[in-house]
Ligand binder design. Structure first.
Ligand SMILES: Nc1ncnc2c1ncn2[C@@H]1O[C@H](COP(=O)(O)OP(=O)(O)O)[C@@H](O)[C@H]1O
Ligand SMILES: [Mg+2]
Length: 357
């Protein structure tokens, strides 16, 4: 995709062509995958469609990974590889019935018989995909129980260019909820509990200390009574996150993962990017003024008036030497990027690009 403004982008779209008419039975289930009709000079017609709706195409992708196949194209080669030897797949005669993930997402994910999940990336980036890179690193060195194992990958390789990751195959974890849905359920339970035990005259104290000071203290009895089970899982999530960070901070050989210091140069660029981002955000806010509800105008005006003051808050980044180390991290960590199994959390969808020197 080329744009009038901004940089070009590369998208991955698998296409199929059905020559017979009526084209294919699965098109009835997903008519939106039909893209256009083709007709040749002889008047024969065919249908161009998004191949991810076609079960036989999806089955072929899994087989390609299983057999580590390569497909040469005009510009480059599609390379399907296994990361972990997954004997269960290779030896199994079971047919893994592919089903699209019935969930709104940025990419396209397919579940194979509740055993594997293949994520096909829509928007492509050159260079190794961080999800692949970090999980490969973690599975070789650390075998963290909080990371879902990767089993395979689909890459597009061209001469003289960085490979592009098209998809990653991982173990499917059945019966999980993502952390966000689990949290919403936890909150619902909390409110249900309060509505059957209406306030019994107890004041709910709002703590004044910082959260760092609070975490040294015992949890209030009332919190345990009303939202105890969720608090226990929040602790598990904290531990899992810490273990991930410890593993990512522990490398000293591989330069892609070795912790680095905050140089003054880097601190300056951090300051600059925070400043630039603030400027951009303010401009967007001003531009969208008309689309804001009038009740939000006074608040928006206050934010706009305080731009200088906001930027002033970044001053310590320039003035104080940061002595902590920079490590690789998840890159897009939020509750939808963890799966709750009922016993523990699993971390998925790592996105952080390498630390620029
Ligand atoms: N290994 C897995 N096992 C079970 N469900 C998964 C697994 N990986 C992802 N999912 C489901 O797919 C959803 C999106 O996955 P994710 O990798 O975060 O894709 P996206 O790049 O679209 O955010 C998750 O919220 C979860 O519901
Ligand atoms: Mg995600």
């Amino acid at each position: 995709m080329d744009y009038i403004e901004g940089e070009s982008q590369t998208y991955f779209l698998a296409l199929g062509c059905a020559i017979a008419d009526p084209a294919a039975p699965w098109l009835n289930d997903s008519p939106q995958s039909a893209l256009c009709r083709l007709q040749n000079q002889e008047g024969e017609t065919a249908l161009l469609y998004a191949a991810t709706a076609d079960p036989s195409f999806l089955a072929a992708l899994l087989t390609a990974i299983q057999e580590q196949r390569r497909f040469a194209g005009q510009q480059g080669t599609l390379v399907a590889s296994q990361i972990e030897p997954f004997a269960s797949l290779a030896s199994s005669s079971t047919h893994f019935n592919p089903m699209p993930l019935g969930e709104e997402q940025r990419n396209t994910s397919i579940i194979y018989g509740e055993r594997f999940i293949l994520k096909l990336f829509r928007k492509l980036e050159e260079g190794i995909n961080p999800d692949l890179e970090i999980r490969r690193f973690l599975s070789e060195k650390h075998r963290l129980r909080h990371i879902v194992p990767l089993v395979g990958a689909l890459e597009y390789r061209r001469l003289g260019a960085e490979p592009i990751t098209l998809g990653v195959l991982q173990e499917f974890v059945p019966d999980v909820r993502n952390g966000w849905n689990y949290t919403l359920d936890g909150l619902r339970d909390y409110f249900d509990r309060l509505s059957i035990q209406p306030e019994d005259g107890r004041e709910i104290p709002v703590p004044q200390e910082s959260i760092l000071a609070l975490q040294q203290q015992e949890l209030p009895e009332l919190a345990i009574e009303t939202i105890g089970p969720y608090l226990a899982s929040a602790r598990l999530l904290g531990q899992g996150t810490a273990e991930l960070h410890c593993a990512l901070a522990s490398e000293s050989q591989n330069p892609q993962f070795t912790p680095e210091i905050f140089s003054l140069f880097y601190q300056r660029s951090l300051y600059q990017s925070a400043r630039t981002l603030t400027g951009q955000t303010m401009r967007v806010l001003a531009k969208r003024w008309q689309s804001l509800p009038p009740t939000a105008h006074p608040l928006a005006q206050r934010v706009l008036n305080r731009q200088e003051e906001i930027i002033w808050q970044y001053q310590p980044i320039l003035e104080q030497k940061i002595t902590a180390l920079r490590i690789r991290c998840h890159g897009d960590y939020h509750l939808r990027q963890v799966l709750f199994t009922g016993k523990d959390f699993l971390i998925i969808d790592l996105k952080a690009i390498p630390i620029a020197p």
